[in-house]
Design a protein around this ligand. Sequence first.
Ligand code: ADP
Length: 247
Amino acid sequence: MSRVLLDVSGVSKTFGGVVANDRVSLSVPEGAIYGLIGPNGSGKTTLFNAIVGYHPLDAGSVRFDGAELSRLRVGDIARRGLLRTFQQTRVYVGMDCMANMRISAPGARAGLRGLFRGFDPETDDQAGELLEFVGLQDKRHVRAGELSFGQQKLLEFAMALMNRPRMLLLDEPTAGINPTLINGLIDRLRRANETFGITLLVIEHNMRVIMNLADHIYCLAHGRMLADGPPEAIRGDQRVIDAYLGA
Ligand code: ADP
């Protein structure tokens, strides 16, 4: 197996009296697709937020490519090549797809500058290629708000790829998408992994999807790491089955 890219060690996070993450550890090798599952409220989103620096850790460390991240800000972590997406899409509904792609280019976020990136042919070429990659090449000049929810998810994925990330944390990429688009999205995730070498860690409630997609799955319950292993082992793990039934 290749070397570890993301290494989470003993991460704890408490909100008031709620222990959302209790000494959670996981590691993801470079080039892999890993899954993160667990019942609602088990701490998955909190862990993603902890990894990308949205909130300070109470304890533990997060290393990316050997470097400690826990003191860095979200933007610095993104510049190192680690990005996350959200359960709710975060596209700009009033702008067309190309404009959404332009403002996602590195350096564009600081202000309106990104909107005028049409003058930068390299950015536009990359935006066009990535829209094609996700199958939205015909929607370049369509406002994001006019896309279906599933298409907005594809756009959001393409926007993340504008940053040429080394690793993406995806929070329920298939939630709310119809089955036909789910297959298309899964296919794109796999191709992004194979073609661009992007390492993926995916939170997913759809068991069929994650069992098919992931090389290895971590399962959280009540803020703790309950089990991890290859999909076939996790599928039959009584602790995992009980955690879901008890939820
Ligand atoms: P999951 O993503 O697995 O559904 P979460 O990480 O969202 O779980 O939540 C884990 C626990 O932490 C839940 O009990 C939730 O209510 C609590 N929690 C998460 N974020 C906050 C917050 N910002 N303030 C207070 N409690 C929170």
